[in-house]
Write a protein of this length. Structure first.
Lengths: 279, 299
């Protein structure tokens, strides 16, 4: 395993911090290894969100994950956003910051979605420069997450794994690898998920996401509202040992379960971390 | 460090402009993509220039997924940010009469999803012309007040003991006081907050099948505030309290506030008789500060 990865703590298994769970967290103080927050939900000037966050930070490690940086947008980087993001990292002491390899805004407009990019050499060059700026500005390791995607562009010059791997290596950043997204995209674009993980710089993976999705027949949709599918657990069992052991997070954002049920679902990851599939 | 020096790839820019135009266009019949693109061409032909098909889906069917996700996510956010208005209309009518036309006029321009709908009360006043417009506008203002209070910053609390040190009344009278940024003031011909509470007890579908409760006509003033424990609460206040607190929104001294209210003898007498008790109560509730950061969300 590369030296770089060894310097990142394996926080264990975490879940996303969601408002309907706040009361149970404070009442039960469960032994959850760590929480991931959606950075934007706490980039506010005050009020309930920050009050809760400060209480969480007293007891749990927190890692920041963003959804609106839009690194691949044909729009200037938003330094007001980055300033607020950096201020929040000082508060949370997050060991790294992640967002998505996507676009999602234009000057004066935000689309509030993780939109796909064409896989071209010039887009790589563009994103590499921007990712370097972001990592330097934040003064923290910066990781990009692979998307679930539903379109492929006529302009594409390479595969997603070549595009993704080249960007993180050239920019000197890291991978937040979403195993569910690999599976969803493999079905939507008809590739073998094994080819994906065998062709990325796996030593740059510093965190893994797991989630559920919906099967719409003609395509799979990444929805974070179902248990993790068996095929995704199996993929996790293949990938996790290759990473040498990295922090793993269950994302569950819609049709929320209770805190206890969410944690129980997340803990299933332990069964697959040795690479043995419990079928 | 200046990203503007980075060359934006032209092809990427044109592709994203096209993509954004398509996904933000209003959904067509049965929530499918509009067969006509924003440029007036056939979407099936246009999409094929940018997107490759797979064995199950044609290019326009693939981008339709993003078109649907864009609208469904925003409509969901409107339901979350305006739960009372959603209950007054029901999902379908709220989407068609309010949310969709509003979002077409005000597509999101901020990275904060929770700010979507900030301009809705003003939009309703301008564009929604049915007879219930005043009520719907007030309901939207009230829903938005809950969101704004939830995320508003907290200024340092007013410390009465510091102001009263030395027993010099002039020190107290000349201090500029401000409302906390999370305070919202309302003056209505009815208690809309209690009415909202009644609606919130049941889900949206319940209210599409049930008659609405009667909205009692009873003039009143109300103070919506964030509690010390960061919950949102409200208190009915007198008209004089409302007038005085309104002056503190932009910051004023008690001396100047008295100057304002003394033009109205009845108001002045009520303020003079109750001020000490009010200040005590407002201080306990944590709604005053000596630092002015009152935002734009105040009513």
């Amino acid at each position: 395993m590369a030296q770089k990865q060894k310097s990142f703590p394996n926080l264990g298994i975490g879940i996303g911090l969601r408002p309907p769970h706040y009361d149970d967290i404070f009442r039960l103080q469960p032994n959850i290894d760590w929480f991931e927050i959606i950075s934007e939900n706490y980039m506010v000037e005050g009020g309930k969100p920050l009050e809760v966050l400060d209480k969480i930070l007293e007891r749990y490690p927190v890692v920041q994950h963003g959804v609106t940086l839009a690194i691949g947008s044909a729009a200037p980087l938003d330094y007001e956003y980055l300033k607020k993001l950096k201020a929040l990292t000082r508060r949370t002491k997050t060991p790294w910051v992640s967002d998505h390899l996507c676009w999602g805004k234009a000057p004066g407009a935000h689309y509030h979605d993780l939109l796909p990019l064409p896989y071209t050499r010039e887009v790589i060059d563009y994103i590499v420069e921007r990712a370097k700026i972001v990592q330097d500005y934040l003064e923290l390791p910066f990781a990009l997450e692979n998307l679930s995607s539903y379109v492929a562009f006529t302009q594409d010059q390479m595969t997603e794994w070549d595009f993704y791997g080249t960007i993180v290596e050239q920019a000197g950043i890291f991978m937040m690898l979403d195993v569910n997204n690999i599976y969803v995209s493999s079905r939507n674009h008809r590739f073998d998920p094994k080819t994906y993980y065998e062709n990325i710089p796996i030593d740059r993976v510093i965190q893994i996401h797991l989630a559920g999705h919906q099967d719409h027949g003609d395509y799979l949709l990444d929805t974070h509202d179902h248990p993790v599918r068996n095929e995704v657990w199996e993929l996790y069992a293949d990938i996790y040992p290759l990473t040498g052991g990295v922090s793993t997070l269950l994302e569950w954002d819609d049709n929320l379960l209770s805190l206890e049920e969410t944690w129980k679902e997340a803990l299933k990851a332990k069964e697959f971390q040795t690479g043995i599939k419990n079928e | 460090m200046n990203s503007t020096i980075l060359q934006i790839p032209e092809e990427l820019m044109y592709t994203q402009e096209w993509f954004a135009g398509v996904i933000t266009q209003r959904l067509g019949d049965k929530d499918r993509i509009n067969p006509i693109s924003p440029d007036g061409g056939l979407i099936a032909e246009e999409a094929a220039r940018y997107i490759v098909p797979n064995e199950k889906m044609r290019p326009h069917q693939r981008i339709q997924i993003y078109n649907q996700q864009y609208w469904w996510r925003l409509l969901n956010t409107m339901h979350t940010n305006f739960p009372f208005v959603t209950r007054l209309f029901g999902y379908q009518a709220f989407n068609e009469e309010i949310s969709i036309p509003f979002l077409l006029d005000h597509p999101p321009s901020t990275w904060m999803l929770s700010y979507i709908g900030e301009q809705l009360p003003a939009w309703i006043k301008e564009k929604y012309k049915k007879s219930d417009s005043p009520l719907i506008q007030n309901a939207a203002m009230l829903d938005w007040a809950f969101t704004a209070s939830y995320i508003a910053p907290q200024s340092p609390l007013l410390d009465l003991s510091t102001l009263q040190q030395g027993g010099d009344p002039a020190r107290f009278l000349s201090a500029t006081l401000y409302l906390q940024p999370h305070i919202q003031l309302f003056k209505w011909d009815y208690n809309l907050i209690a009415f909202r509470e009644k609606f919130m007890e049941k889900d949206v579908d319940y209210w599409t099948k049930q008659s609405f409760p009667k909205l009692s006509k009873l003039k009143g003033c109300f103070l919506l505030y964030r509690t010390i424990g960061n919950g949102i609460s409200y208190k009915e206040i007198s008209s004089a309290e409302y007038d005085l607190l309104s002056l503190f929104k932009q910051g004023t001294t008690l001396e100047d506030a008295f100057g304002q209210v003394e033009k109205d003898e009845v108001l002045y007498n009520e303020v003079a008789a109750n001020l000490q008790a009010w200040i005590q109560s407002w201080t306990q509730m944590g709604i005053l500060s000596q630092e002015g950061t009152y935002g734009t969300n105040g009513t």
